[in-house]
Design a protein. Sequence first.
Length: 476
Amino acid sequence: MPRRTAPKRCMTSWPPVAAWPMRPGYDLCGRQALLLHRQHHHRVERAFPISAESLLTDSEKIRRLPWALAHIAANAVFAQLVFTGPVFVLFLTELGLDKAQVGLLLALFPLAGVVAPFIAPLVARVGYKRVFMSLWGMRKLVAACLILTPWVAGRVGPEGTLRFVAAVLAVFALCRAIAETALFPWLREFVPDRVRGRFVAVDSILSTLFGFAAVSLAGYVIARTPGLTGFTRLIGVGVVFGLLCVVAAAFIPGGAPIPRERTAGLAARAVFATLRDRSFGRFLAGLGLMALGAVPLTSFLPLFARERIGLAQANVILLQNALLAGGLLFGYLWGLAADRRGSKPVMLAGVAGAALLPALWLAVPGQSAWSFPLALAIAFLTGIVAPAWAIGSTRFLFIDVAPADGAERYMAAYYAWAGLTGAFGAMLAGRVLESLQSLSQMGGPALDPYGLLFAAGVVFSLASLALLAQIRSRAA
């Protein structure tokens, strides 16, 4: 009878292989042992096929996270220079667009997210990584078309320019929506839960540092380059960094294609069935209220600072640096708190802060020596509050709300709802600002458009706080 030897411990996985039941004389280590462990305990995740990359241990995944962080850093520069922050809003107003048109164009980004429930099965079959890489790269090339805006404006006039920019942004937004439909489940796969809060925090810090540099460059260029030329130069620089971020994403593990028979749960009907989950439904309702409260502030803050407070265009861009500095100093602390104390307290702290910010902005005096310093201070406070909501709500969704089995259905529903409410908030805010301003100019009551909009933001944020506080974690 052959001698039975104790299986040796494998130092690349946890728990030790010696703790797992095995046949006599069957010695396993590394990924083979990890596969046996998952199969024995019926823990093979249904969302992902068993491939070499999907069998990476947490330690191996963590060693590859620097590639994800490099992707995040490069994408932060692209985002700040091309389609987020004050640069893009000022670019649209430089084209001569009114607030309603600006709101409509800003709404294209989140509105495209409604395609998520309908394309989720196809995205899963093609492969999360493959879809993300293709569409994430394509949107960078589409964004490069904005460099042609001055040439288009000189030939087709304001109306033609509006149509051109709208077409570019629509294609860009659709590419972004499809890519991010793949990103959410892929992100859940390659970031271990035990470091998720800290990963999001480091994500926030890197985005802040590189965003800070990008905004500083933008302020310098805009102050010295009149007209659209400065904006198009910044877009060109942003596109280069955008392509670099795609290269970095190629080294992130996971995201393999899923066989057709295992994507039935991602059909649109199955995605919409997640709304019957009471906790998830409350989370989406709270998210929607938060979007209605925060989107008008974040979308039109540059115009508020320029028109209501009276800041110069270069100083408006510098407010973004104060916001980024607040996130840099406190982002990691929020992530650490989320990992140690739980997601919900951090998330609720972010919502409570969001309810306070509109009132503080309205208190800033216009055309005063104190206007710019006070605006910088409140922008810094905004930077402290924003990561609390971003880190807390993301971690709460991934760990406390969405179940591990069928999480992709929840991610698709979440992304579609976030897009719908974000688009509605941006369009509504732009329409309200333009309508109230036109009413005052026609001899109507002297209403403060920003005052009414920001006051509504306080109400919506408080309602979101009350609703989200009632949600219990699945682990509770």
